[in-house]
Design a binder for this molecule. Structure first.
Ligand code: NAP
Length: 499
């Protein structure tokens, strides 16, 4: 399918407007939706720049994708793991060879700085390579027993058809960390990217198609959740759903699927960073800015609450405000920018709404303005907002904002800091800045969070280590990433083999 797939995917250009139209990949064919009504994906730095036109798929299109994945399963399951690994490696080659172009597209469609976009593309290639190796050594266990003529062991086998649904903030690396372990373990996939950043996911699907993935093994389908969500989550043939997105959507999906469908939900966060009185305050400020603002606050693990010991609050706050005021805000494609636009018009509206709430609840120290004028008109730019005098009950201390808004909360002891940090329905990532080894150890034990950082940003995770949250940030079933990322996509059989 490789060459034809590439030719067909590239050939379909809407010449009238010069905006390229991208098709679904279903059963090895790059297809238009039966709706024949594509939707546009705009650049958040300049909404007049249309990045691409995508299929507004229908439930019928989604049904075709599910059927194709189902039909391809038996053969893919029997394909040797080394052949599957070779395809992942070739797809990684493709991403690396086109990293510059794809990185520009990532920036154009969701706004992050170009260097971060390039890192994300390369990290996605690295993820494919990681699972190409790790998937080849996934083993069962052998159990001692009293029958000398019997061997008892477990087999790990693929589940079948899995649905993969992803958000816009890491539009290629999140799909890669779900799709690679699904494919290497022998599952077939229906993949729906965010409607706000579908091109990056398209490029990943294209890389796998170019790499020689057999037809139907990966089906890529774009379209609004309201149209195709149920069709790719509710049919009984869907054996698993790996979803990353908002807690509301994740909970909705969990409620609507059968108990025989395995779910892995990576959801929201309200991530705290604690600044102890012995902290290096310059480091604490740096970690706050990098963790809270580098993706315009749109990382699920982004620093949202800073719990500062009262002895250092004034000094920390002054340093933070000075640093934030000096940040350069502009298009991610321009060199030297510290922060890009928000990713969508809806994000802009949500963030401005929370800033207005914050102005009523707490004290705004800087930022919080919609930016207009040269370089900003047509884009979704907001200056980073730092609020102080924030208390636990306030909305900006409790709800996920997912924007460049930081709430400073004063604490008077380690115990107070932990109590406040844990007083949230979320538990994705948390950090502390301290020089005290005892406090470091206590923090790792006391904090209710799936990711724990000590003198590091709340953001960022390794591809070879488990990732996931506690409480309403994740389902408490299977972790993503690393070796544990493979377990979600396999089921165990126990074999009793006599002579
Ligand atoms: P979202 O609105 O929940 O959408 C995420 C994806 O789910 C999109 O592809 C969306 O499709 C789809 N979707 C929504 N409702 C669905 C349904 N009922 N059935 C099937 N698919 C459905 O989230 P977002 O705004 O893209 O992303 C921001 C959120 O993601 C934040 O809450 C953030 O914390 C979270 N996030 C979590 C992690 C993590 O690892 N924990 C990582 C990144 C982001 P449409 O685009 O077509 O609506």
């Amino acid at each position: 399918m490789r060459d034809t797939a590439m030719r067909d995917a590239r050939a379909f250009v809407v010449s009238a407007t010069d905006v390229e139209e991208f098709r679904n990949l279903i059963n090895g064919e790059w297809m238009q939706s039966s709706s024949k009504q594509p939707f546009d994906n705009a650049n958040p730095a300049d909404s007049t720049d249309i990045v691409g036109r995508f299929q507004a798929s229908t439930a019928a299109d989604a049904g075709l994708a599910v059927d194709a994945a189902s039909a391809a399963f038996e053969a893919w399951k029997k394909t040797s793991v080394s052949k599957r690994a070779a395809i992942l490696n070739r797809a990684a080659d493709h991403l690396e060879a086109h990293a510059d172009r794809i990185a520009r597209e990532v920036t154009r469609e969701m706004g992050k700085a170009l260097n971060l976009a390039r890192d994300e593309v390369l990290r996605s290639a690295q993820t494919l390579r990681f699972y190409a190796v790790e998937g080849q050594s996934l083993t069962g266990e052998v159990f001692p027993n009293d029958d000398a003529d019997m061997t008892v062991y477990t087999l790990r086998e693929p589940l079948g058809v899995v649905s993969i649904i992803t958000p816009w903030n890491f539009p290629i690396s999140i799909p890669a960390r779900k799709i690679a372990p699904a494919l290497i373990t022998g599952n077939t996939v229906v993949f729906k990217p965010s409607s706000d950043a579908p091109l990056s996911g398209y490029r990943l699907a294209e890389a796998l198609a170019v790499a020689g993935l057999p037809k139907g093994v990966l089906n890529f389908i774009t379209g609004k959740a309201g149209e195709i969500g149920a069709a790719i989550t509710e049919p009984p043939v869907i054996r698993a759903i790996s979803f990353t997105g908002s807690t509301a959507a994740g909970e909705h999906i969990c409620r609507s699927v059968r108990f025989t469908t395995r779910t892995q939900m990576e959801l929201g966060g309200k991530n705290p960073l604690i600044v102890m009185d012995d902290a290096d305050l310059d480091q604490a400020v740096d970690l706050t800015v990098k963790g809270g603002l580098s993706l315009a606050g749109q990382a699920c693990t982004g620093t949202s609450r800073v719990l500062v010991m009262k002895q250092v609050r004034a000094e920390f706050t002054a340093k933070l405000v000075a640093k934030v005021k000096a940040l350069k805000i502009g298009s991610g494609l321009a060199a030297g920018m510290d922060m890009g636009p928000l990713a969508t018009a809806k994000q802009l509206e949500t963030v401005l709404r929370y800033i207005a709430i914050g102005r009523r609840e707490a004290t705004l120290l800087c930022g919080g303005e919609r930016l207009t004028g040269a370089g900003y008109d047509g884009g979704y730019y907001v200056s980073p907002a730092i609020f102080t005098d924030v208390t636990q009950q306030m909305t900006i201390a409790r709800e996920e904002i997912f924007g460049p808004v930081i709430a400073i909360i004063e604490v008077d002891s380690y115990a107070d800091a932990i109590a406040k940090a844990n007083d949230t329905e979320y538990g994705l990532s948390a950090a502390i800045v301290t020089r005290n080894p005892r406090v470091m150890q206590d923090f790792a034990n006391d904090i209710q969070s799936g990711t724990v950082k000590i003198n590091r940003t709340t953001t960022g995770n390794l591809i070879n280590a488990p990732f996931g949250g506690l409480k309403r940030s994740s389902t408490s079933t299977f972790r993503e990433s690393g070796r544990t990322g493979l377990e979600f996509y396999t089921q165990i059989k126990t074999v009793y083999r006599g002579t």
